[in-house]
Design a protein around this ligand. Structure first.
Ligand code: SF4
Ligand code: SF4
Length: 288
């Protein structure tokens, strides 16, 4: 596997507003996400805990799934959610605020982009750190292993250029967890469906609160790998830490939300885009 990522960040940005065609690979009628985020990066339980330990509990957000005819479901706020034994299943991913980004040589546009993406250089601010998610490190290796189309190929189709230079699947993947081994490790189960009243409606509307997101971060951190069990005390401690987190990344998210124009609109007046984040504590990126 070999990729040409310079000037791309297609897998870190929701570029649907500028794509010439429809990008719907996450929403094809089987366990559709309830939220509208594009390419949410699923974190493992250990990664969730690592972000909490670094005071970054405010960068994470949950993903619930709509039930289909084949999955059991739990009904909350009028939504049928994919569930196990009546308890909704979910991932935890990284938040994507609107940022002024110009992927694939385009002019800066307000597009949702990963919290950790430097909007000017299009490099990842945690690439060289212990926090770099396994899913990002693997990408697009998991797709190649599972014979699924990659974001690199979608970018090539839409904007030309060579992105996926070698499509041989890598021998080793760090973050691929499928089936039962994903439970409690990457795919979690929310233990008390009644706590989600109101939360699910806000999640579907893209209007989650700090407290809403912290509920799921807590349960993920308190989950026991390989099971659907949740340690209530650990979950509660982690929920509290997520709710109180006040990181540079959370500050940057709020600042971009305040500043952003309509999604897909021209962001040419947003200058000093790296510095905007670095003045608020974001670490600089390293060269390619
Ligand atoms: S879409 Fe592919 S080429 Fe583009 S940044 Fe992601 S991995 Fe790299
Ligand atoms: S953590 Fe880095 S590589 Fe992963 S989606 Fe965010 S910016 Fe991209």
């Amino acid at each position: 596997m070999k990729v040409n990522c310079e000037g791309c960040a297609g897998c870190c940005i929701d570029w649907r507003p500028i794509a010439p065609g429809t990008l719907d690979h996450e929403r094809r009628g089987r366990r559709d996400p309830l939220d509208d985020t594009y390419n949410l990066v699923p974190l493992t339980r250990d990664e969730v805990k690592a972000f909490l330990n670094e005071g970054l509990g405010d960068v994470m957000t949950p993903r619930l799934f709509r039930a289909d005819e084949e999955t059991t479901s739990a009904r909350v706020d009028g939504y049928d959610l994919a569930a196990l034994d009546g308890r909704p299943v979910f991932y935890v991913g990284l938040r994507k605020p609107p940022k002024p980004v110009g992927p694939f040589g385009t002019e800066p546009t307000w597009l949702d982009a990963c919290t950790f993406l430097d909007p000017e250089t299009l490099r990842c601010r945690i690439h060289d750190s212990a926090l770099y998610p396994a899913t990002c490190g693997d990408y697009p290796g998991q797709n190649l292993t599972l014979d699924q189309e990659t974001e690199c190929e979608r970018v090539e189709r839409a904007y030309g250029g060579d992105r996926l230079l070698d499509a041989d699947p890598p021998e080793k993947l760090r973050g691929l967890a499928l089936g039962p081994q994903a439970l409690g490790a990457k795919l979690f189960v929310y233990p008390d469906v009644d706590e989600l009243t109101g939360v699910v409606e806000r999640l579907a509307a893209g209007e989650t609160t700090v407290a809403d997101r912290a509920l799921f971060v807590g349960v993920a951190a308190g989950s026991r790998p390989g099971t659907t069990a949740v340690d209530a005390e650990k979950a509660e401690r982690a929920r509290g830490r997520a709710q109180e987190a006040d990181s540079w990344a959370g500050t940057v998210i709020d600042a971009w939300i305040d500043r952003a124009g309509r999604r897909g609109s021209d962001a040419g007046d947003a200058t000093e885009r790296s510095a905007f984040e670095e003045r608020r504590g974001a670490p600089p990126t390293s060269e390619w």
